[in-house]
Design a protein around this ligand. Structure first.
Ligand SMILES: NC(=O)c1ccc[n+]([C@@H]2O[C@H](COP(=O)([O-])OP(=O)(O)OC[C@H]3O[C@@H](n4cnc5c(N)ncnc54)[C@H](O)[C@@H]3O)[C@@H](O)[C@H]2O)c1
Length: 274
């Protein structure tokens, strides 16, 4: 995608160096935005900035762990300085299912880690940057959630609960800020090939041909699949869209436990071994 849908706008992406966030940064820049990119990994950050600049785009790096309040303060300061108080797009992307494991084996310390990784920074970054949007009466916030907030996922109950929190926050804030010109939406990916969930690891020991049985669209997701929906939500094409959580999952949420049969003849919700 290369257009000028976001020309001249300022966009912020947390965890915007690699994976889904990396694709979002690159796509927003290709659409004309100046992208302020936060990432905890110096190589991921440098790679995204270099790619964007190489393509003729504009990117401003803000290194650091988004769980750290001082990093959020720095991100806010840089973003507001880049364009004299203007912030049009905020993408809260950072999240991680780890540490995971059976709930009865989890510790309170692990719950707090998952809270910090999946929900607390979404509140903190939004609290810091949304006022600039309200001030100018325009803005789009896009949160990256997960399909696991819609369904039960064993060994990830706490991750799932905090991402359900992201979805509820998205909807409530959308209602609260709608009259002030700020839209708030979320995307919910599934099975996307990234560093966190590499396709090779998802497939380990399995027949690659099985992918077409698992996902209605017949393949794993790619970071660009998610990024294109985020760019849509960020821009004016989505001017009447707020308070939604869009699954970007190749149809897994719709299938909800239904799979193509091994012989390809119809579907089953009672999958057998091959
Ligand atoms: N990959 C999937 O299949 C999948 C599925 C559902 C939801 N998600 C969600 O999508 C989002 C992105 O996932 P991903 O798979 O691209 O992750 P990833 O781990 O592949 O990439 C995350 C990026 O964020 C950076 N990062 C990680 N922790 C950070 C922190 N504390 N502060 C700043 N930067 C940090 C990393 O360096 C990396 O560049 C997450 O919220 C995740 O929960 C992913």
């Amino acid at each position: 995608m290369s257009d000028d849908a976001l020309e001249g706008r300022i966009a912020i992406v947390t965890g915007g160096g690699a994976g889904i966030g990396g694709a979002i940064s690159r796509r927003l820049a290709a659409a004309g935005a100046t992208v302020v990119i936060n990432d905890v990994d110096a190589d991921h950050l440098a790679g995204a900035v270099a790619d964007i600049e190489h393509s003729g785009g504009r990117a401003v790096p803000v290194p650091g762990d988004i769980r750290d309040a001082s990093v959020v303060a720095r991100l806010t300061e840089v973003a507001l300085a880049v364009a004299d108080g203007r912030v049009e797009v905020l993408v809260n992307n950072v999240g991680d299912y780890r540490p995971n494991g059976r709930f009865l084996k989890t510790s309170e310390d692990e719950w707090h880690q998952l809270y910090a990784l999946n929900l607390e920074h979404v509140f903190r970054v939004t609290r810091a940057l949304a006022p600039a949007m309200v001030e100018r009466g325009t803005g789009s916030i896009v949160n990256v959630s997960t399909v696991e907030a819609f369904r039960g996922i064993p060994a990830n109950a706490v991750y799932s609960a905090f991402n359900a929190g992201v979805n509820a926050f998205t909807k409530s804030l959308a209602v609260e800020l709608g009259r002030e010109g700020v839209r708030v939406n979320a995307v919910a990916p599934d099975l996307t090939d990234t560093l966190q969930t590499p396709a090779a690891a998802m497939l380990r020991g399995r027949d690659p041909d099985m992918v077409r049985h698992w996902l209605p669209l017949g393949r794993f997701g790619r970071p660009d699949d998610i990024a294109d929906v985020v760019v849509f939500l960020a821009g004016d094409a989505a001017r009447f869209v707020t308070g939604t959580v869009i699954p970007v999952d190749g149809g897994t949420t719709a299938a909800s436990g239904w799979y193509l049969r091994h012989d390809g003849r119809g579907w089953t919700n009672l999958p057998d071994s091959p």
